[in-house]
Structure formats: C-alpha cells, structure tokens
Design a protein around this ligand. Structure first.
Ligand code: FES
Ligand SMILES: [Fe+2]
Length: 400
C-alpha cells in the first residue's frame, strides 16, 4: 500500500536532457535531433541553500556525468552531451582524447553545442556550422569568404574538467583552493566498488546531504530497513572540523542478522550490533560513510550531490565493500530500498532548498547537520568576498 502511494504520487522522472539516449544520435549531422527541453527546472532567482547563490558553489568541483553515461550518449562515444550544473547548460565533449567542458552556448548566436557533432578532434555547431577546437577557439566559419579572419571573440567559455573515480568533475570558477574529495576505497586493492545509477531528485543538494548524514531518521523513515523503535535516542556526538571536511561518528543501531544478507535493525538475540558509522562530509556536497558490516566486511559509501539548480540535485554514488566475491546486485539492491524510502521524504521538504534557520526547529541530536549548516553559511559569506576569504574559511579547523 505504502509503495503504491509512493510511486503514484512522488516518483520523480528526470527530464530528458539528463538521460542518455540510444534513440537519437545528436552527433550525426544527417539526422535532425529530437527537440529536448534545455531550461533550468527552477527559476534563476531562486535562492540556493541557506541563502547562498550559484556563484558560491561554482568555486567547487561537481560531478557533471559518469564516464559511462558520457560514452554511451552518442554512437561515437565522444559527445557532445549537454547537461545542467548550477542552473546553467554545459556541454561535455571528448576532443582529441581529452574530455572538456564548455558553456553550452555557441559564440555565434548562442545555440546549444550539444546539438552539434564531432569532426576529427573538433566540435561543430549544428546551426551555422562554426567549428571549435580543444581550447574552445573557433577554427572555421563556413559562411565567411575565403581569407576572412576569424573574430578573436569567437571562443567558447571553458570550464575546468577532470575525470576521477570514473566520474566527470567540472569546476565552473577557479581561484579557490577547492579539490575533488578523496575516496579511499577507490584506491584500495582490498575493496570492490559498485557504481550506482545516478538519481535526480526534486530537492536541493543541501537537502540531500542533510538527509544522507542524518541517522535520527532511520527508526522512522527506514523502519524495518535501517532501524525502528526503541532505538531512537541519539547523543549530540562530537563533530570535528578538518580542513574542507567535517568528521563525526554516530551510532546507527544497525545489526548483522545471521541468514540475512542486509544490515538492519536487530531481529533476535543472535543479532550482532554493528559499531558506529563514521561520516566524512567534504564541503559542500560530498559524503563518505564508513562502517564495518561484519568482522570481515568493511563498507564505504560515496555520494556526491550535484546542484543541478537551486531546487534539484543529481546524486552520483558508489557502494564499496571488502572484496569477498559477494554479488554486485546484493549491494546495489539494498541501497535501492533505502533510496526508495528516502525519496518521498526528501522530495517533500518545503522549501526545496534549505531556508532560514529560524524557519525550522533543531534539537541537540541534529548536531552534525547544525554544524554543517553553520559552515555552509560561512562559506557562502566568504565566497561573496572572493576566493581568498573562501580559502580561509575552508581551511578553518575546530572541535564541536
Ligand atoms: S549559432 Fe552556432 S554556428 Fe550559429
Ligand atoms: Fe534515509
């Protein structure tokens, strides 16, 4: 019954522009592309979390797509692929073996370059055929007379782009000392990582982080899956502020139940309670969760929530565990249950982006979220001053 209600009312279908499609090939010059809506989902003047603006979060690295999505987007596997980041359209393209990210706006009349195609190691716009090289410089304007100079301003705005953990990371604004978060399981020969299917939720990236780092909802939001009364009481655990990240350890009240392939609330006297989970929150929107599932199995969950715009985020995630030959399905299926339970709750927040603190009531058990919100606010204020102030704020440390 609960499941039907959930799917009928709140399952969320991503808009077409974010999904890879094998139905059309925008990279083919011979076939007209299907029309897709390429507009932000929330109005541009809507505030981001805690009164911040898109400009704050442009200083940070965000995931724009998985490498797998990018490579399967066109038959040529090199893009162009349009996606959305911080309310703006960006285009990803492999030019000469390097994945690059540009503002998805042709220098001529602003058409989407995601509708164009690759020619050799260059990107051609579908509208009037202007061609751009790896540096975003226009190299060919077909309508010009032979010998006419190409205007110097015929250039695309390029963003920094890096591939790490099989994810494509983009930073729209440089100058600050921001880095792609460290993901230890990825580099460990003893861990196996499974890439989950990214998901687009109608909630801000901040709302997603708040939900992911909150163990106090396990007993209710995940009753029977991750918890249940009477395990409802949580202390205000110590929170450590390291450079660029928060760290805290919390009881989860999860148990290893013999014969059950998933962790969950204890089911009987033989249930073995798991130790606390450790969270690393890399500011602003990446979380790593570490815990020991059993004597022989360490688990790490990696999650980055990309702000598509102020009110929508797309999460990229891995679930990793000590290599033991267990099936990928087992690990992904459990996460899928948890996400299905979380979605209607996270999608129901009003407002969709975190507003003023006076509009919500917090209690001591919400401590990690309170500290994270405090730092988010400080980051937003510092970013308005500029990259130097932002670096100072990001490198502050403390104990709470
Ligand atoms: S808009 Fe791209 S070539 Fe004219
Ligand atoms: Fe949850």
């Amino acid at each position: 019954m609960a499941q039907n209600w959930l799917h009928a009312n709140l399952s969320y279908h991503p808009p077409e522009w974010i999904t890879s499609s094998d139905m059309i090939d925008p990279g083919s010059p011979c076939k007209p592309p299907e029309y897709k809506t390429l507009v932000p989902l929330s109005k541009p003047d809507v505030a981001y979390d805690l009164g911040s603006t898109a400009e704050t979060w442009k200083y940070f690295w965000h995931v724009a797509a998985t490498v797998k999505e990018f490579r399967s987007h066109t038959h040529g596997a090199k893009g162009p692929m349009t996606t959305m980041l911080l309310g703006e359209r960006i285009v990803l393209v492999d030019l000469g073996g390097r994945i690059c990210a540009f503002d998805d706006k042709c220098a001529h009349r602003g058409a989407s370059l995601g509708l164009g195609w690759i020619e050799g190691d260059q990107l051609r716009c579908r509208y009037h055929g202007w061609c751009y090289n790896q540096a975003g410089k226009c190299t060919d304007i077909p309508s010009q007379q032979e010998g006419d100079a190409i205007p110097a301003r015929a250039k695309l705005k390029e963003y920094e782009c890096e591939v790490k953990y099989d994810l494509i990371w983009v930073r729209m604004k440089g100058g600050a000392d921001t880095t792609i978060p460290h993901f230890p399981a990825w580099d460990s020969s003893e861990m196996t990582c499974h890439l989950g299917e990214p998901y687009l939720w109608p909630a801000s990236a901040g709302r997603r982080i708040g939900n992911f780092t909150d163990v106090t909802h396990f007993a209710y939001g995940h009753q029977g899956t991750l918890g249940g009364p009477p395990h409802t009481r949580f202390r205000p655990y110590p929170v450590t502020q390291h450079k660029k990240r928060l760290e805290f350890q919390v009881d989860t009240f999860l148990a290893f139940n013999a014969g059950d392939a998933t962790y969950g609330p204890p089911t009987g006297p033989d249930s073995k309670m798991l130790g606390p989970g450790t969270y690393h929150v890399h500011m602003p929107f990446t979380v790593l969760l570490f815990f020991k599932w059993s004597e022989t199995r360490d688990t790490q969950i990696f999650m980055h929530a990309t702000p598509i715009d102020a009110e929508n985020c797309r999460s990229y995630w891995y679930t990793c565990h000590s290599t033991d030959g267990s099936s990928e399905q087992e690990h992904l299926a459990l996460q899928s249950i948890v996400l299905t339970e979380d979605l209607p709750l996270v999608a129901s927040h009003r407002p969709r982006a975190i507003g003023e603190s006076r509009d919500e009531v917090s209690v001591p058990a919400d401590k990690p979220d309170i500290i994270w919100r405090k730092w988010m606010r400080e980051i937003a204020m510092a970013a308005m001053e500029g990259p130097e102030a932002l670096n100072r704020t990001l490198n502050e440390t403390g104990e709470y």
